[in-house]
Design a protein around this ligand. Structure first.
Ligand code: AMP
Length: 112
């Protein structure tokens, strides 16, 4: 079964998409934890960080490049932001299709 994020990629459900290329999509989080909160999602369905393979290295690296470019566009690059991957239940993961959270636009407390 495809993840909710694959449904967004396939335009089966709507999202506030802010970036897309052949292997990646980014959209604003539906329940933002800060003024800036977007997700960078590879189109490849990788359920958790535990499922990353050596060959995924360049893809994972590009997620950070896409993230920092969007963060700059949103004007949070110099003040700063947090980049988070949650993994499985104890990590707070709720959508099992890896995604990088970028959270900023305010001074973040230690726990988010
Ligand atoms: P995680 O808890 O790390 O798996 O993060 C999943 C994130 O996806 C949460 O911050 C949700 O608010 C967000 N989310 C879930 N459904 C959607 C959606 N349809 N559009 C945008 N963000 C979503």
């Amino acid at each position: 079964m495809s993840s909710i994020f694959t449904k967004i990629i396939n335009r089966e459900i709507p999202a506030d998409i802010i970036y897309e290329d052949s292997e990646m999509i980014a959209f604003n989080d539906i329940k933002p934890q800060a003024p800036v909160h977007f997700l960078v999602v590879p189109k490849k369905e990788i359920p958790t960080l535990n499922d990353i393979k050596e060959e995924d290295g360049p893809l994972i690296g590009r997620m950070f490049c896409v993230a920092k470019n969007i963060a700059k566009e949103m004007g949070v690059d110099s003040k700063g932001y947090r980049a988070v991957f949650n993994c499985n239940k104890d990590g707070g993961q709720t959508v099992f299709h890896i995604h990088l959270h970028i959270i900023g636009g305010k001074k973040l407390s230690f726990n988010i």
